[in-house]
Design a protein. Structure first.
Length: 768
């Protein structure tokens, strides 16, 4: 802007000034010294001006002061360049009219202040409106030109000497240099446009892949975007490799539920991410099988059995993509955000669909997506979102890092085009994202609640869906019954309704025939409150559900808030029902269906949940040995025998290695030293050898044939041998079978409701 927009304009504009009769020997010529100095004045001045505009400030007063300084610095840089450039005229002495000199300064500062304040105030709204930015640039250029010719008006030129042949030729040199700079600037603009178009094509291709994007919200509701007006995003993989044809990567998929829980407890996996990246470098993406080793050398580092499960590779790629996003945003991985509870289909926009049109076709597509109806247009890619509500300090840091915040109404088209999704669908998803992150920060549900637990069998024996609130899909349809937990007499009164259908419950509570003569006054009042709550609950769910549901008088405990510790729970009494498989919820505005397994997984993600540590332990047990093998050098003499073992209550297969005690210590020490992220010290190298190997036998010798099993403090090793451990002559033998049990995850209130519904309230025609 300084070199081309101001300096070149000045010398080309001065070339338009013709003195006298136009003879070359009396026209303006310049000396090299002041001409060179005039080049740096606008560059330095505009650097100060734009730095003042980017100065972060929480105070509105300081913000407007910085914008005012921006206009002043920019205007003075224009004025300074003009008069220093004219001071470099070697063959004339210039005298300016005072009124035009003052007018030129006012025009320069006023125009720069108006345009730059306008631009910096509205630039985020103009980020996808090129004509507004063009009009702003033209207004600024017009002000610079107006300042230049206003300053030239009334100027007196006093000739000091006539030009020689060399001076006459130098006039063309300055114009040539200015023209060349303008041409270079034009080429740069064309190059930027070409690169932008190319990146747009690349992003459209990425819309056909599985991507991870970041949606961070400013305290005032604006969303974080890059300087190009798009969301920060990273590719996870080309496509999730399904094991079967009827498998879909959706919220019911165990891998999605795993990464959903991991994002609620990043500390459980963040230490392993560097080794995950190293693991992924040994793999090569292929269209047939993305999980095969690239060479025999890589297969020597990795256990081939781990490649039978593609989910391991996909989970590593997700963690690596999240870490890459965090590095781009200059924040720790633990603060990159939590996973959004929906997967957005991308690449669904056909060429004849215009992103900018809010037509009925787009709205019909959006309605199809939200209602779960099948689409005529299948998505080519999938987009996962990490979302977070930023503080003012975090927002300022991201602004300083070069990111911007904008309203989705201004950048929606810029985001939707690369994603190849309808604009209406994108705006709806961003609104859901904002609601989702707001709920995470504000949700509080103390007291006693009356909820509705409706199960819907899924086709092909794929389990159940559950009816949840459409706006808050981690909650059952419910109404508040009491502001606090129930008293003993209230719990006993509710117990009298156990197992009754809703109509029977309402009849009992109304007690129109006065058959319940033992009911006290406070029980009558409580019965009326309970009756009103049941009526309100019935308005949220389908009528056939409400008619067939039965009351469960045993309370369950839900952890809704993300900011309260384990003790902050809600007491929940429920009506339970198993609906027909073909139940449709289109007519119900407040309830939708989600997979039961996903709904149960969401209830493990509250703050202070003990399942966080159990998940972190499982992650280290699953990934730790795999990632450690990359750097472990096994002695040629070591013969390791693998014994397959199964976790109680789980189908996951474990492999424990038997070796000498020294080899056990060496491997775990290497893992801890090289990785820096061991599973809470799988084997503590500071322990004595006697704590790792079995005790001495009857002959006083240590039995080193067993070696040692790498376990943590929560693992319990049980023997199914007929003889128990004793201090006598018997000791562990290699032929003994061993079962390894670990601490299990606690049952959520969803698991409890499912068990009760299955055992007590399941209709005979529905199998389980």
């Amino acid at each position: 802007m300084g070199l081309v927009g101001i300096w070149c304009m000045h010398f080309i504009g001065n070339r338009a000034i013709i003195l006298g009769d136009g003879s070359p020997d009396i026209q303006l010529v310049y000396n090299a010294g002041y001409t060179t100095l005039s080049v740096f004045l606008p560059i330095i001045g505009l650097t100060l001006a734009f730095s003042a505009a980017e100065f972060p400030s929480k105070s509105k007063v300081l913000h407007w002061i910085s914008l005012t300084c921006t206009g002043v610095f920019a205007g003075l840089s224009v004025v300074g360049m003009h008069y220093v450039g004219n001071f470099g005229i070697s063959n004339y002495t210039l005298s300016y009219a005072h009124r035009f000199l003052a007018a030129s300064i006012i025009i320069s500062i006023g125009d720069c202040m108006l345009v730059l304040i306008l631009f910096y105030t509205l630039r985020e709204k103009w980020i996808s409106s090129w004509w507004k930015r063009l009009a702003c640039a033209m207004l600024l250029a017009g002000g610079v030109c107006a300042m230049h010719f206003t300053a030239s008006t009334g100027c007196m030129y006093t000739l000091r000497s006539r030009n020689g042949p060399n001076a006459i030729r130098s006039r063309n040199t300055q114009v040539t240099i200015a023209g060349a700079l303008c041409a270079v600037a034009a080429l740069l603009v064309v190059g930027v446009m070409f690169v932008t178009r190319h990146r747009a094509r690349v992003m459209k291709n990425k819309s056909q892949k599985v991507m991870l994007a970041c949606a961070m919200f400013h305290p005032d509701g604006r969303i974080l975007v890059t300087t190009e007006g798009v969301l920060p995003a990273r590719e996870i993989t080309d496509k999730y490799q399904h094991r079967t044809f009827n498998e879909d990567f959706d919220t019911a998929h165990p891998v999605f539920q795993w990464i959903f829980r991991v994002t609620r407890n990043w500390s459980g996996v963040s230490e392993l991410i560097p080794r995950m990246k190293a693991h992924l470098t040994g793999l090569r993406d292929t269209s047939e099988d993305e999980s095969r080793p690239v060479s025999s050398r890589s297969s020597a580092h990795y256990d081939p059995e781990t490649y039978s499960d593609y989910s391991i590779v996909f989970r590593e790629r997700f963690c690596a993509a999240a870490a890459s996003l965090a590095a781009t945003l200059h924040i720790p991985t633990e603060r990159v955000g939590v996973l959004y509870d929906k997967i957005i289909e991308t690449g669904t926009l056909r060429p004849e669909d215009k992103v900018g049109k809010r037509n009925t076709v787009q709205m019909d597509k959006l309605a199809d997506v939200e209602s779960g109806r099948s689409l005529n247009l299948f998505g080519k890619g999938q987009l996962l979102f990490l979302t977070r509500q930023l503080s003012s300090e975090d927002a300022d840091k991201l602004l300083n890092a070069g990111f911007k915040f904008a309203s989705v109404h201004q950048v929606g088209r810029t985001i939707a085009e690369p994603m190849q999704v309808p604009l209406a669908a994108l705006e709806a998803h961003v609104a859901d994202l904002k609601h989702y992150v707001d709920k995470l920060n504000t949700l509080e549900k103390p007291g006693t609640w009356l909820a509705f637990f409706g199960l819907i069998p899924r086709p092909n024996s794929k389990g159940f869906d559950v009816g949840v609130k459409k706006e808050d899909q981690d909650q059952l349809p419910d109404v508040r019954l009491l502001p606090v937990e129930p008293q003993q007499w209230q719990a006993e009164f509710l117990q009298r309704l156990d197992g009754l259908r809703t109509r029977s419950c309402m009849t009992f509570l109304e007690d129109r025939t006065q058959t319940d003569t033992q009911r006290s006054q406070q029980e009558q009042q409580f019965a009326m409150v309970l009756l009103q709550s049941i009526v309100q609950l019935g308005q949220q769910v389908p009528a056939d559900w409400f008619r067939e549901a039965r009351f469960l008088a045993r309370p369950v405990f839900a952890h809704y808030s993300q900011h309260r510790l384990r003790g902050g729970v809600s007491w929940v009494y429920t009506f339970c029902v198993i609906a027909d498989m073909h139940t449709s919820l289109e007519a119900c505005d407040s309830v939708t269906r989600i997979p039961l397994t996903f709904f149960s997984a969401r209830q493990r993600c509250y703050k202070g949940s003990p399942d966080h540590s159990i998940l972190a332990r499982d992650i280290h047990q699953e990934f730790g040995p795999l990632l450690a093998r990359r750097t472990v050098k096994k002695p040629a003499s070591a013969r390791i025998k693998k014994i397959p073992m199964r976790m109680p209550g789980s189908s996951r297969r474990l492999t424990h290695h038997h070796s000498t005690p020294q080899q056990t210590i060496s491997r775990s020490s290497s893992f801890t030293r090289d990785d820096g992220s061991s599973e809470h010290e799988l084997v503590d190298t500071s322990r004595k050898l006697s704590e790792i190997v079995p005790d001495k036998g009857a002959d006083g010798e240590r039995d080193n044939t067993w070696g040692g099993i790498l376990v943590n403090s929560e693992t319990v090793v049980k023997s199914d041998s007929k003889s128990e451990y004793s201090t006598g002559n018997k000791h562990l033998g290699m032929g003994m079978k061993v079962a390894v049990g670990t601490a299990k995850q606690e049952d959520t209130f969803v698991d409890e409701l499912m068990e009760v519904t299955r055992t007590r309230f399941m209709p005979p025609k529905i199998g389980y």
